[in-house]
Every structure is written in C-alpha cells, then in structure tokens.
Design a protein around this ligand. Structure first.
Ligand SMILES: C[S@@+](CC[C@H](N)C(=O)[O-])C[C@H]1O[C@@H](n2cnc3c(N)ncnc32)[C@H](O)[C@@H]1O
Length: 383
C-alpha cells in the first residue's frame, strides 16, 4: 500500500533519496539509508547505502525494485524520506501507513537519466481500441488519425493521471465514478475503457452535461459499444444529487464556477478522489485587488492569468484544509491548450486549521470573496 502511495514521487529522475527517522522501537541495526542512482551495463541501478554505526553496507537494486525497497523501509523502520529529483524535491513523512509529502523546488543537480525510454502510452497505436475507432480517433486498423493526434495524446495523458490515483480506491467492490461536464465524452469513454476493460474493475460510471443532444449521442455510443455500466445524464452539476457515496469525481474543463460546484458536490458525496482541470476562471478578474500587485494587475492579460492561477490556488488550498492530499500538475502541453492545470485531490485526513488559515490569508491579501467558499458554507461543509 505504501508503495502505491509513494510511487508518484519517483516518476522523475532522482539525484538522491535519504530515508531516516527511525520509528520508535524499530528493530533495526542501521540508522539511515541513502539511495543514489548509477549507470551499469544493465542500465540505471540504485545503490542503497545503510549506515550502521560508523560503518556502511551497500546493496544495489534495479529501477523496478527501487520504490518497493523504499516502501519496505518506510513500512517497517523509518518515518521520513527526502527525495531530491529533477522536477521536485519531496519531503515524505510516513506515520501509521499514512503519507504526507511536502513539495519543494529541486535543489540538487540530477545527472543520471533513468526515465529516458521511448514513451509507452497506456493506449497505443496499432491496438484495436473500440471507442477510439468509433469516435474517429483511430482507423479500423489501429492508426491514429493525423488530425486527432492531439486528442489521442490528451486521452493518454489523462489516463496516466488516473493510473497513479486509482490505487487508493477500494479493490473489493465496484467503483462509483462521476464525470461532471463530460461534453462529447472522449475522456469518459477512455475512463470506462481503462477502468473496466484494461484494469478489469467493476465500475458504475456516469457522465453529466447540460446539453441534451450530446447526452443522447453519448448514450447511443455507450450502447453501441456495449459499455453496460456507463450512462450519461442531462443535468446541471449543482442539481446533481446522489444518495450513495461516489468514489471519484472528475471535471475536465468544466467552465468557471461549474468546477466549484463540482468540488462542492464531491465533498457532499464523500469522494475519495477529485480531479479537476479548470477553465474560464472569470470570477476573480472582477474582484482581485492589492496595491502592491498593481504593476501586474494594471495589465489585462496578466491580471487575467493571475486571476486564474489565484482561483486554482485557493481551490487547491481549500481542499488541503479539508484534509486532502493535493497535487497540481500540467495536464497536457500548453501548445495544445492553455487550459492545462490539473488539480488532483485525494482524501487523506480531516479538517486542518493551519491550512485553512493559509487559505484565509491568501484570500484576504487579494481581497477575494470566493464563490466556492460561500457554497461550502451554504452546504455546511465549512463552518
Ligand atoms: C469545454 S467542455 C469539456 C468537455 C469534456 N469534459 C472534455 O474535457 O473534453 C465543458 C462542458 O461542460 C458542460 N458544463 C458546463 N457547465 C455545466 C454545468 N453547470 N453542469 C453540467 N455541465 C456543464 C458544458 O455543457 C460542456 O459540454
């Protein structure tokens, strides 16, 4: 379980990892373990150096074994792991199987490239992928249609994002997943294909959208493909009511406050995972203000971009305050769409006052009254 939780921190080249902080009463002869990559005839390997009093012992492991070895150390002996990577440094804390990680800018030079293999997608050209063929992304013989290549990459990038999230969901029962603002639902079909056909999980998946014609079309596609546990409903996110719990909620490019409504709904039905790629964040453009920021806010385009970033920062921070482990990452290259920031939130604890204060401080600094906060208060999610 710890392995699944920490693998995302090693999806980058690393310079060094340091595992330390012995657990109370741990029966362990070594006090610290450092891990460094090195190049061998068999490709990149990792040397584990165990500090035993004034001496050290070594062991080499393959790239495939790296995360499992570190997870074992955290499971049995240690409480902390510091990862120094090419994209980020992470300070990971592990207590009673729970992982909390702080993300920091990279601080060490990474000279060994371990992640340089040709990119293997989850869905690959040449495979017979029924929904991609039906939706015209692939030809019948598995070739990606040139004009749809960006869509194909976007679908794969989305599935990568899901891949590292789904492990936290229960494995012993069917999953419930909702996709708010599904539109033509390329990504909802991809989600179904991945979860049900590739992973072999039972899942009840619903796509919701305002547009009736789109919903009718998507239901027809689902029927034609025989995707039995995928359904589409017409409706507004804020009116969507479901008495059962939902495991995961997805909102991809749900415009402006529709993303906020989706987040509020996710909290109402106790979603364990929320994935949002927001767009058209207009709300703060009208509100944002701070004399010290005038050099930036005086220019419309900068104000617009900053307002969008501030919106997503506050959404992410509020989710942290509500006990989620939040990551914010690039969804797809900006060359294809400027709407490329994904917020992934995984429920991991309860209300955190310190994080909420950080939210309030940022909100007040910019003189904002966020819609999402008002809605959370109306729904008694926030006091
Ligand atoms: C830009 S499209 C994105 C479609 C799809 N998720 C994707 O990423 O390809 C946004 C969709 O959200 C839907 N939408 C916007 N506000 C909504 C709301 N309040 N309730 C339900 N759907 C909404 C729109 O009808 C539209 O189809």
């Amino acid at each position: 379980m710890i392995k699944e939780k920490i693998c995302k921190y090693f999806e980058q080249d690393i310079a060094l990892a340091v595992i330390s902080g012995l657990k109370k009463g741990a029966d362990c002869e070594f006090s610290k373990v450092t891990v460094r990559p090195f190049t061998s005839n068999d490709g990149v390997k990792y040397q584990f150096e165990y500090t035993v009093k004034a001496q050290v012992k070594h062991k080499n492991v393959s790239a495939d074994e790296l995360v499992g070895e570190i997870a074992d150390l955290l499971e049995n002996y240690f409480t902390q792991c510091m990862v120094y990577g090419r994209e980020n440094d992470y300070h990971i804390n592990c207590f009673n199987g729970k992982i909390k990680a702080k993300t920091m800018p990279p601080s060490k030079k990474v000279s060994i490239r371990a992640h340089n293999k040709k990119k293997e997608y989850i869905l690959n050209e040449g495979e017979d992928i029924d929904f991609l063929i039906y939706l015209g992304v692939m030809t019948k013989d598995g070739k990606v249609v040139k004009a749809k290549y960006n869509k194909f990459r976007q679908i794969n990038k989305y599935l990568e994002l899901l891949k590292t999230s789904l492990d936290v969901l229960p494995a012993d029962r069917p999953l419930k997943i909702v996709d708010f603002g599904c539109g033509k639902a390329y990504l909802t079909f991809a989600l179904y294909y991945y979860v049900v056909k590739i992973l072999g999980r039972k899942a009840d998946i619903t796509g919701l959208d305002l547009k009736e014609d789109v919903i009718d079309y998507c239901n027809k596609v689902a029927r034609d493909l025989g995707y039995d546990s995928l359904e589409f409903q017409k409706g507004d996110i804020k009116d969507y009511d479901r008495t059962q719990d939902v495991d995961m909620v997805i909102m991809l490019h749900a415009c402006d406050n529709a993303t906020d409504e989706g987040i509020v709904q996710s909290l109402r039905f106790n979603a364990k995972i929320i994935i949002a790629v927001p767009c058209c964040q207009h709300e703060f453009f009208r509100q944002i203000g701070n004399e010290n920021l005038q050099p930036m806010l005086q220019f419309g385009i900068l104000k617009e971009r900053f307002s969008a970033l501030a919106t997503d920062s506050l959404r992410a921070q509020l989710l942290k305050a509500l006990g989620f482990d939040v990551s914010v990452m690039e969804f797809i290259d900006t060359e294809h769409t400027p709407k490329n920031i994904a917020i992934r939130a995984i429920r991991s604890g309860g209300f955190n006052r310190k994080e909420y204060r950080a939210y309030e401080a940022f909100r007040d600094y910019l003189h904002l009254t966020p819609y999402i906060e008002r809605r959370m208060k109306e729904e008694n999610i926030l006091k």
